[in-house]
Design a protein around this ligand. Structure first.
Ligand SMILES: Nc1ncnc2c1ncn2[C@@H]1O[C@H](COP(=O)(O)OP(=O)(O)OP(=O)(O)O)[C@@H](O)[C@H]1O
Ligand SMILES: [Mg+2]
Length: 189
């Protein structure tokens, strides 16, 4: 039975670097949803106001179901990867990154501060984890704290998760209990 490993996380947490490496290591197919949605026109419409495509989730699911004819194992790279078909998703790995480290990475993108802030807020609130739990169920969802780790270290943790060697990954990361509130305040105003 074919299965999907989702690599999720706020933009900038390192999904693409990890997911490509993980797919290579597992001999799996790699799918970047953002690229494929545009390439295969898996969107419902273009939202000019937000300058984004509105993803047609059912089309994405159909695409992934069809792909299982050629791929026994698929690594899906996307911050909304939890929309993948429930019956195919084996595990969701959510990369988490210290908001201060995330700010440094996103500042390199020349995004406006509002957009950087929105994404850091999503990281602080754990939006990707919450969405993954909601769509796929808590038992499938595993977080990796990528802060201060090399790609190889993160890859090892991801392989442990995929191979079922990681049993307990709870509680999920709560930056409010790790950081001082004064460090996070500027992202919340
Ligand atoms: N473990 C790491 N250590 C240091 N830098 C990293 C690490 N992982 C990723 N980065 C850097 O962070 C940036 C973002 O990485 P990457 O593109 O993989 O993130 P992403 O989650 O795929 O982002 P997006 O959602 O926008 O596609 C890159 O510049 C990358 O080199
Ligand atoms: Mg990426």
């Amino acid at each position: 039975m074919a299965k999907i490993i989702v690599v999720s996380g706020t933009p900038g947490t390192g999904k693409t670097l990890l997911a490509k490496k993980l797919a290579e290591k597992l001999g799996a197919c790699y799918v970047n949803l953002s690229s494929i949605v545009i390439e295969k026109k898996l969107y419902a419409e273009y939202d000019a106001g937000r300058n984004t495509y509105v993803v047609d989730e059912e089309k994405v699911r159909e695409y992934l179901r069809r792909l299982t004819r050629d791929c026994e194992l698929i690594v899906v790279d996307s911050h909304y990867g939890e929309i993948a078909p429930r019956e195919l998703v084996d595990k969701v790995i959510v990369l988490r990154l210290d908001p201060i480290e995330l700010e440094k990475r996103l500042k390199k993108r020349e995004w406006r501060w509002e957009k950087i802030k929105e994404n850091i807020q999503a990281e602080i609130l754990g939006v990707c984890t919450v969405n993954a739990v909601e769509e796929q169920g808590e038992e499938k969802v595993f977080e990796i704290n990528a802060t201060g780790k090399t790609l190889d270290e993160i890859l090892e943790e991801a392989l442990d998760i995929v191979k079922g060697r990681t049993k307990e990954k709870r509680p999920f990361i709560d930056w409010f209990s790790i950081k001082e509130f004064s460090e996070l305040e500027k992202y919340l105003v």
